[in-house]
Write a protein that binds this ligand. Structure first.
Ligand code: DUC
Ligand code: ZN
Ligand code: ZN
Length: 499
């Protein structure tokens, strides 16, 4: 066999366990796991003593080379996946966003042609359903049944561009459920944003501070709540993307505590920094932070959100990486509503979560693995191929050095963007080796990513971690009792209906 690799003496971390083991890899697959393995001669050995050996990160939310608001995001599928690998992420999930009159299938094909030859790591796609027409249902079915797509994103914001209205969302969620796909939502109230933007501009508020002002926390929280209610009433699973505020996180965690089948993805940027600089003097810095949903000025946000991630109020971390250079951000210098939306994060997400969580002593390494890799793998049906160190799984592995640190900077990052929103932040936790499909692509912190080495991964429908719960609930239309008190409550409700 070619391409043999042994990672010795490390602490293997999965979402449910930490154990001392060596990991033996052949032809891109984990072949043996344990102590005293019998290894063919001539196998390259990496010594991971004192290091954590973890499943490579899965970033379920990127927008590489996306045309948005008159600009194209500068990290393309090459540079974006290269930066991902540099940071310890070995799988990304991007969003097919149709252009103009393009059909969903045409857009999907365009993304495949663009990405397949460029990606440095494995990737897959969600499909953004940016309008609802008489072809949509059939196209969604074709994507699921013939193209390995099992997730669709719908927008409650971007009025006149992507936004769907509630009756369309209801249809959309029903179609997802019937196909065994995961419905994903960009949750902000687009009508309110439209109204506030007009008002602010008319009042002369044109600077970057207008962005967050036009869409404060409750505008996000309202949409999250509405989406959750629609999903619950249909007994449809729902994945909320890029939660950026305490209020929205509270809605997701509250709905989950009530037994709803909701998954919350936190915006990695909002774990690293708050958004107060959008209201300060440095307009370049202010514009650089503009993303949707916005980074919040409340300085307690990052800590609050990391706690939600620790306590399972939220389950997944995503970067929403959508990088625009300073000159592109300047398209909005006279009008905040024209600043292309998006921030970096694909490279730094793992370090930010480690530093804010594990290094700060509030998160176990197992939870780190769950929220940076395993949970996304399960929700999008990549598990156990991805998201776990186990025999038979893909050899996508990060050897993590918890005692090294680095200072994040645009001078040293691998992204195409000319600034980094985390500039100057010192983070503990560094990927010393990153193995992508059995190949060492970060070698003693030295990046050796390979153009086109990654593959498109098909995601089968009906992810069992999601749909087993749906099926269970179909049997109990008014909710699943998780305690005796709840069971009594449901029995009383039942009795009312019986009268
Ligand atoms: N939000 C962003 O900030 N950029 C891309 C798309 C999105 O929803
Ligand atoms: Zn979005
Ligand atoms: Zn996004």
């Amino acid at each position: 066999a070619q391409n043999r690799l042994l990672i010795k003496n490390g602490k293997v971390v999965n979402e449910d366990n930490i154990f001392d083991a060596d990991v033996y890899i052949e032809d891109g697959i984990i072949k043996q796991l344990g102590r005293n393995l019998i290894i063919p001669g001539g196998t390259r050995t990496i010594d991971a003593r004192g290091k954590f050996v973890m499943p490579g990160g899965i970033d379920p939310h990127t927008h590489f080379e996306l045309e948005l608001m008159g600009a194209t995001s500068v990290d393309d599928f090459y540079q974006g996946t290269k930066a991902a690998v540099a940071g310890g992420t070995t799988t990304i999930i991007d969003f097919v966003i149709p252009k103009g009159e393009e059909s969903l299938l045409e857009a999907y094909e365009r993304y495949r042609i663009t990405a397949d030859e460029k990606v440095c790591c494995d990737y897959t796609l969600h499909v953004g359903v940016t309008s609802w027409n008489n072809r949509t249902r059939e196209e969604m079915a074709t994507l699921v049944q013939q193209h390995g797509i099992n997730s669709f994103k719908f927008f409650m914001a971007y009025r006149d561009l992507f936004m769907l209205r509630d009756p369309e969302l209801i249809e959309a969620f029903k179609v997802c459920k019937s196909l065994g796909a995961v419905a994903m939502i960009h949750a902000e109230n687009g009508d309110i944003i439209y109204e506030n933007t007009k008002k602010l501009l008319a009042a002369g508020v044109t600077g970057p501070e207008g962005h967050e002002m036009s869409r404060p926390e409750e505008v996000e929280a309202e949409a999250v709540n509405r989406a959750c209610v629609i999903a619950n009433q249909l007994n449809s699973p729902l994945y909320v993307t890029a939660v950026s505020s305490k209020s929205a996180a509270d809605v997701v965690s509250g709905k989950r505590a009530d037994g709803a089948l909701i998954y919350g993805e936190v915006l990695a940027a909002s774990l690293g920094i708050d958004g107060s600089a959008q209201y300060e003097q440095d307009v370049l810095r202010a514009r650089s932070l503009v993303t949707s949903p916005p980074l919040r000025p409340d300085p307690t946000t990052p800590t609050y959100l990391i706690e939600q991630i620790v306590q399972d109020g939220l389950q997944v971390t995503g970067s929403d990486n959508c990088t625009f250079n300073s000159d592109q951000k300047a398209l909005g210098k006279h009008d905040f509503s024209k600043i292309p939306n998006g921030v970096n994060g694909v490279e730094d997400r793992m370090s930010i979560v480690w530093h804010k969580g594990v290094y700060n002593g509030i998160m176990d390494p197992t939870r780190f693995v769950a929220v940076t890799s395993t949970n996304a793998a399960k929700i999008f049906n990549l598990y156990p191929r991805k998201g776990v160190i186990a025999v038979g799984s893909d050899a996508d592995i990060v050897v993590w050095d918890p005692s090294s640190n680095r200072v994040i900077s645009a001078e040293t990052h691998h992204q195409a963007c000319d600034f980094n929103i985390f500039e100057g932040m010192e983070v503990y936790g560094v990927p010393e080796y990153v193995v992508v499909g059995g190949r060492v692509c970060v070698d003693e912190c030295d990046l050796k990513a390979v153009h086109g080495f990654g593959k498109f991964i098909e995601c089968p429908a009906y992810p069992s971690y999601v749909y087993e719960v749906v099926e269970e609930r179909e049997k109990r239309p008014r909710g699943v009792a998780r305690s005796e008190a709840e069971a009594r409550k449901y029995a009383e409700e039942e009795a009312v209906f019986d009268k």
